[in-house]
Design a protein around this ligand. Structure first.
Ligand SMILES: Cc1cc2nc3c(=O)[nH]c(=O)nc-3n(C[C@H](O)[C@H](O)[C@H](O)COP(=O)(O)O)c2cc1C
Length: 197
Protein backbone atom coordinates (compact mmCIF):
# COMPACT_ATOMS: atom_id res chain seq x y z
CA UNK A 1 0.00 0.00 0.00
CA UNK A 2 1.72 3.21 -1.15
CA UNK A 3 0.87 6.15 1.11
CA UNK A 4 1.11 9.83 0.33
CA UNK A 5 1.89 12.22 3.20
CA UNK A 6 -0.61 15.10 3.25
CA UNK A 7 0.56 16.79 6.46
CA UNK A 8 -1.50 17.55 9.57
CA UNK A 9 -5.19 17.44 8.67
CA UNK A 10 -8.70 17.10 10.06
CA UNK A 11 -9.96 14.85 7.27
CA UNK A 12 -11.75 12.36 9.46
CA UNK A 13 -14.25 10.23 7.52
CA UNK A 14 -17.13 10.35 8.36
CA UNK A 15 -18.24 13.24 10.55
CA UNK A 16 -21.68 13.90 12.01
CA UNK A 17 -23.92 16.71 10.83
CA UNK A 18 -25.09 18.39 14.03
CA UNK A 19 -27.58 21.23 14.25
CA UNK A 20 -26.72 23.13 17.40
CA UNK A 21 -29.50 25.36 18.67
CA UNK A 22 -28.96 28.07 21.28
CA UNK A 23 -31.34 30.59 22.81
CA UNK A 24 -30.59 34.12 21.61
CA UNK A 25 -33.44 36.05 23.23
CA UNK A 26 -37.02 35.89 24.48
CA UNK A 27 -38.64 33.42 22.04
CA UNK A 28 -35.58 33.51 19.77
CA UNK A 29 -32.89 30.96 18.99
CA UNK A 30 -30.15 30.42 16.44
CA UNK A 31 -29.13 27.24 14.66
CA UNK A 32 -25.55 26.52 13.57
CA UNK A 33 -24.37 23.48 11.64
CA UNK A 34 -21.41 21.72 13.21
CA UNK A 35 -19.42 18.81 11.80
CA UNK A 36 -16.48 19.10 14.19
CA UNK A 37 -18.21 17.32 17.04
CA UNK A 38 -18.23 14.02 18.84
CA UNK A 39 -18.33 12.06 22.08
CA UNK A 40 -15.89 13.45 24.64
CA UNK A 41 -16.80 11.38 27.71
CA UNK A 42 -19.23 8.83 29.07
CA UNK A 43 -19.52 9.62 32.76
CA UNK A 44 -20.74 12.30 32.74
CA UNK A 45 -21.95 11.96 29.12
CA UNK A 46 -20.16 14.70 27.17
CA UNK A 47 -20.33 15.83 23.56
CA UNK A 48 -17.73 18.27 22.29
CA UNK A 49 -18.44 20.83 19.58
CA UNK A 50 -15.76 23.03 18.01
CA UNK A 51 -17.23 26.45 17.23
CA UNK A 52 -15.42 29.28 15.46
CA UNK A 53 -14.99 32.38 17.63
CA UNK A 54 -16.47 34.73 15.02
CA UNK A 55 -19.79 32.97 14.57
CA UNK A 56 -23.02 34.69 15.60
CA UNK A 57 -23.83 31.70 17.87
CA UNK A 58 -20.61 31.81 19.86
CA UNK A 59 -21.33 34.54 22.45
CA UNK A 60 -24.80 33.08 23.00
CA UNK A 61 -23.37 29.59 23.64
CA UNK A 62 -21.01 31.10 26.23
CA UNK A 63 -23.63 33.33 27.86
CA UNK A 64 -26.59 30.94 27.87
CA UNK A 65 -24.47 28.04 29.12
CA UNK A 66 -26.56 25.44 27.34
CA UNK A 67 -27.55 24.27 23.87
CA UNK A 68 -29.31 21.45 22.09
CA UNK A 69 -27.70 19.14 19.56
CA UNK A 70 -30.22 18.06 16.95
CA UNK A 71 -29.59 15.22 14.52
CA UNK A 72 -31.05 15.84 11.07
CA UNK A 73 -32.01 12.96 8.81
CA UNK A 74 -30.82 12.64 5.22
CA UNK A 75 -33.97 14.37 3.92
CA UNK A 76 -33.09 17.49 5.92
CA UNK A 77 -29.87 18.19 4.01
CA UNK A 78 -31.08 21.49 2.53
CA UNK A 79 -32.01 22.87 5.94
CA UNK A 80 -28.80 21.56 7.55
CA UNK A 81 -26.69 23.15 4.83
CA UNK A 82 -28.60 26.43 5.04
CA UNK A 83 -27.86 26.73 8.78
CA UNK A 84 -24.18 26.22 7.91
CA UNK A 85 -23.89 28.76 5.11
CA UNK A 86 -26.07 31.59 6.41
CA UNK A 87 -25.22 33.38 9.63
CA UNK A 88 -27.71 34.46 12.26
CA UNK A 89 -26.51 38.00 11.63
CA UNK A 90 -28.18 37.78 8.21
CA UNK A 91 -31.12 35.53 9.13
CA UNK A 92 -32.02 35.82 12.84
CA UNK A 93 -34.77 33.20 12.41
CA UNK A 94 -33.15 30.32 10.51
CA UNK A 95 -35.65 27.93 12.11
CA UNK A 96 -38.56 29.72 10.44
CA UNK A 97 -36.76 29.81 7.06
CA UNK A 98 -36.13 26.05 7.36
CA UNK A 99 -39.71 25.29 8.40
CA UNK A 100 -38.43 23.99 11.75
CA UNK A 101 -40.48 24.14 14.93
CA UNK A 102 -38.53 25.17 18.03
CA UNK A 103 -39.90 23.20 20.97
CA UNK A 104 -39.03 23.76 24.62
CA UNK A 105 -36.38 21.54 26.17
CA UNK A 106 -37.15 19.84 29.46
CA UNK A 107 -34.04 20.80 31.45
CA UNK A 108 -32.39 23.76 29.73
CA UNK A 109 -33.41 27.13 28.28
CA UNK A 110 -32.31 26.53 24.65
CA UNK A 111 -35.04 24.95 22.52
CA UNK A 112 -34.80 21.83 20.37
CA UNK A 113 -35.75 21.27 16.74
CA UNK A 114 -38.95 19.22 16.81
CA UNK A 115 -38.55 17.90 13.25
CA UNK A 116 -35.13 16.32 13.92
CA UNK A 117 -35.49 12.67 14.98
CA UNK A 118 -32.99 12.96 17.83
CA UNK A 119 -32.13 15.78 20.22
CA UNK A 120 -29.63 16.09 23.05
CA UNK A 121 -30.11 18.71 25.75
CA UNK A 122 -26.66 19.87 26.85
CA UNK A 123 -25.43 22.01 29.71
CA UNK A 124 -22.11 23.72 29.08
CA UNK A 125 -19.64 21.66 31.12
CA UNK A 126 -16.36 23.21 30.03
CA UNK A 127 -15.08 25.64 27.45
CA UNK A 128 -11.61 25.19 26.00
CA UNK A 129 -10.08 28.19 24.26
CA UNK A 130 -8.14 27.25 21.12
CA UNK A 131 -6.76 29.42 18.37
CA UNK A 132 -9.78 30.61 16.39
CA UNK A 133 -12.32 28.39 18.10
CA UNK A 134 -13.82 27.25 21.37
CA UNK A 135 -14.27 23.60 22.11
CA UNK A 136 -17.50 23.51 24.08
CA UNK A 137 -18.04 20.38 26.09
CA UNK A 138 -21.74 19.84 26.68
CA UNK A 139 -23.00 17.51 29.36
CA UNK A 140 -26.01 15.66 28.00
CA UNK A 141 -28.80 16.04 30.54
CA UNK A 142 -31.62 14.64 28.38
CA UNK A 143 -32.01 12.79 25.09
CA UNK A 144 -35.14 12.80 22.92
CA UNK A 145 -35.74 10.23 20.24
CA UNK A 146 -38.58 9.87 17.77
CA UNK A 147 -40.52 6.72 18.68
CA UNK A 148 -40.88 5.99 14.96
CA UNK A 149 -37.15 5.20 14.67
CA UNK A 150 -37.20 2.63 17.48
CA UNK A 151 -37.85 -1.11 17.18
CA UNK A 152 -40.15 -3.04 19.53
CA UNK A 153 -37.30 -3.36 22.06
CA UNK A 154 -36.65 0.39 22.10
CA UNK A 155 -33.44 0.09 20.07
CA UNK A 156 -32.58 2.65 17.40
CA UNK A 157 -33.04 1.32 13.86
CA UNK A 158 -30.22 2.93 11.85
CA UNK A 159 -32.16 3.04 8.57
CA UNK A 160 -35.09 4.73 10.29
CA UNK A 161 -32.94 7.31 12.11
CA UNK A 162 -31.13 7.84 8.80
CA UNK A 163 -28.72 10.48 10.15
CA UNK A 164 -27.21 12.94 7.70
CA UNK A 165 -23.47 12.28 7.53
CA UNK A 166 -20.85 14.84 6.47
CA UNK A 167 -17.64 13.96 4.67
CA UNK A 168 -14.65 16.30 4.69
CA UNK A 169 -14.58 16.32 0.90
CA UNK A 170 -17.77 18.37 1.12
CA UNK A 171 -20.44 15.70 0.60
CA UNK A 172 -23.50 14.79 2.61
CA UNK A 173 -24.19 11.06 2.70
CA UNK A 174 -26.47 8.46 4.22
CA UNK A 175 -25.24 5.64 6.46
CA UNK A 176 -24.22 2.71 4.24
CA UNK A 177 -24.57 -1.06 4.38
CA UNK A 178 -24.42 -3.25 7.47
CA UNK A 179 -21.01 -4.96 7.68
CA UNK A 180 -20.89 -7.04 10.87
CA UNK A 181 -21.68 -7.06 14.58
CA UNK A 182 -19.42 -4.95 16.81
CA UNK A 183 -17.93 -6.48 19.97
CA UNK A 184 -18.45 -9.86 18.34
CA UNK A 185 -16.94 -10.29 14.87
CA UNK A 186 -13.41 -9.85 16.26
CA UNK A 187 -13.80 -13.08 18.22
CA UNK A 188 -13.02 -14.89 14.98
CA UNK A 189 -9.37 -14.07 15.66
CA UNK A 190 -9.43 -15.01 19.36
CA UNK A 191 -6.96 -17.71 20.29
CA UNK A 192 -8.51 -20.66 22.13
CA UNK A 193 -8.00 -20.36 25.90
CA UNK A 194 -5.32 -22.72 27.15
CA UNK A 195 -6.45 -24.02 30.50
CA UNK A 196 -3.70 -24.36 33.12
CA UNK A 197 -2.88 -27.98 34.04
C1 LIG B 1 -21.50 20.91 6.80
C2 LIG B 1 -21.01 22.06 7.62
C3 LIG B 1 -20.27 21.84 8.75
C4 LIG B 1 -19.80 22.90 9.52
N1 LIG B 1 -19.09 22.63 10.64
C5 LIG B 1 -18.68 23.66 11.44
C6 LIG B 1 -17.98 23.38 12.65
O1 LIG B 1 -17.75 22.23 13.03
N2 LIG B 1 -17.59 24.44 13.40
C7 LIG B 1 -17.85 25.75 13.04
O2 LIG B 1 -17.49 26.65 13.78
N3 LIG B 1 -18.52 26.03 11.89
C8 LIG B 1 -18.94 25.02 11.10
N4 LIG B 1 -19.62 25.28 9.93
C9 LIG B 1 -19.85 26.67 9.55
C10 LIG B 1 -21.00 27.32 10.31
O3 LIG B 1 -22.10 26.45 10.44
C11 LIG B 1 -21.44 28.59 9.55
O4 LIG B 1 -20.37 29.52 9.52
C12 LIG B 1 -22.71 29.22 10.11
O5 LIG B 1 -23.25 30.11 9.17
C13 LIG B 1 -22.47 29.98 11.41
O6 LIG B 1 -23.72 30.37 11.87
P1 LIG B 1 -23.93 31.58 12.90
O7 LIG B 1 -23.05 32.73 12.43
O8 LIG B 1 -25.39 31.88 12.80
O9 LIG B 1 -23.51 31.10 14.26
C14 LIG B 1 -20.10 24.24 9.14
C15 LIG B 1 -20.86 24.47 7.99
C16 LIG B 1 -21.33 23.39 7.23
C17 LIG B 1 -22.15 23.65 6.00
Amino acid sequence: MAKKLIGPSTRLFPMPTLLVCVKTGENAANIITIAWGGIAGGSPPLIGIAVGKNHFSTPYLRKEGNFTINIPNSRQDVEADYCGIVSGTRDPDKAKTCGFTLAPSTKITSPLIAECPMNFECKLYKELDFKGLYLFLGEVVETHIDEAVLDEHGRIVTEKLDPLVFLPNGEYRKIGDFVSKAFSVGRKLSKPQVSPD
